[in-house]
Design a protein around this ligand. Structure first.
Ligand code: ADP
Ligand code: SF4
Ligand code: MG
Length: 287
């Protein structure tokens, strides 16, 4: 049976970049992969397809009376089947309901039976894990979920909200947590901060993806680094993350922090970060 894996994270944190590189790495190793973008931005799979646009499932549903697999998907790098759920008409519909309708359609069209994937990746916007955006982890669609985060408070806050949703739905058949993918950590305190957040919420970091110029350059060509720079260190890092998330069997039900606890936890890290900065300035290092 295919593994259905959801990757959540705050907007702009690097979900689509990470997910697309994971898809490309899995495809390169011979696996059949489907990537489903569940973000109204509908650009999840862009770097798997040379930067081209793809009609979304929701747009297609609105415009056509009959929908086919071909009209809502495209084959990208390495044979990855790319799908974008899309979003509502701005200011009108509910994005979450759209995700639900899009996933229902994939089952109606027998996309999974027809394509026979080894892995299905859902790239899901996780700023608010409202009922709609929780669909992939709530309704037994994905069996495990990962979260992409940096050390920024808003990204950690979004991760903590995802943990709340998992904690709520896991007991009734929802997805369990596979872990954290740390993306673009820069400050000296960033890694210990993310590690500490993982420890306190009962999970672990499955991969650290550095901020990289290779990623930015690849994006300009509409390519993952697996395609644009297959021999780069960054490509190897994504290959390792891909293996880690597919193989990860030690899933957990996390214990998120309450909002006040999360704030006081962040404040302690703020104190530590400022203290470190002062020390650096004192020894003439600066930043
Ligand atoms: P999301 O899907 O979470 O909204 P994206 O994957 O679109 O975020 O990433 C946002 C921006 O950050 C993109 O321009 C992307 O190329 C860049 N980015 C993400 N991860 C990295 C990284 N590790 N190194 C360099 N740039 C990155
Ligand atoms: Fe937006 Fe979620 Fe409300 Fe739908 S349920 S309108 S996706 S916040
Ligand atoms: Mg995205």
């Amino acid at each position: 049976a295919p593994k259905h894996i959801a990757i959540y994270g705050k907007g702009g944190i690097g979900k689509s970049t990470t997910t697309s590189n994971i898809s490309a790495a899995l495809a390169e190793s011979g696996q059949r992969v489907i990537q489903v973008g569940c973000d109204p931005k509908a650009d999840s799979t862009t770097i798997l397809r040379g930067g081209a646009d793809l009609p979304t499932v929701l747009d297609t549903l609105r415009e056509r009376s009959r929908t086919t697999i071909e009209s809502i998907s495209a084959i990208g790098f390495g044979g990855v089947l790319c799908i974008e759920a899309g979003g509502p008409v701005p200011g009108v519909g509910c994005a979450g309901r759209g995700i639900s309708a899009a996933i229902d359609l994939l089952y109606e069209l027998d996309v999974f039976e027809t394509f026979k994937p080894d892995v299905v990746l859902y790239d899901v916007l996780g700023d608010v894990v409202c009922g709609g955006f929780a669909v992939p982890i709530r309704d037994g669609i994905a069996s495990k979920a990962f979260v992409v985060t940096s050390s920024d408070f808003m990204a950690i806050f979004a991760a903590n909200n995802l943990f709340k949703a998992i904690q709520k739905y896991a007991p009734t058949g929802g997805a369990r947590l596979g872990g954290i993918i740390a993306n673009g950590l820069q400050a000296s305190y960033a890694r210990p901060l993310v590690d500490d957040f993982a420890a306190r919420t009962g999970t672990r970091v499955v991969g650290y993806v550095p901020r990289s110029l290779t990623v930015a350059q690849g994006e300009l060509y509409g390519q993952t680094v697996i395609e644009s720079a297959p021999r780069s260190e960054q490509a190897d890092i994504y290959r390792a993350v891909a293996r880690a998330i597919v193989d990860e069997e030690e899933t957990t039900v996390p214990h998120p922090l309450s909002d006040p606890d999360l704030k006081s936890w962040a404040r302690q890290w703020g104190d530590r970060a400022f203290a470190e900065e002062k020390k650096l300035v004192a020894v003439g290092g600066g930043i």
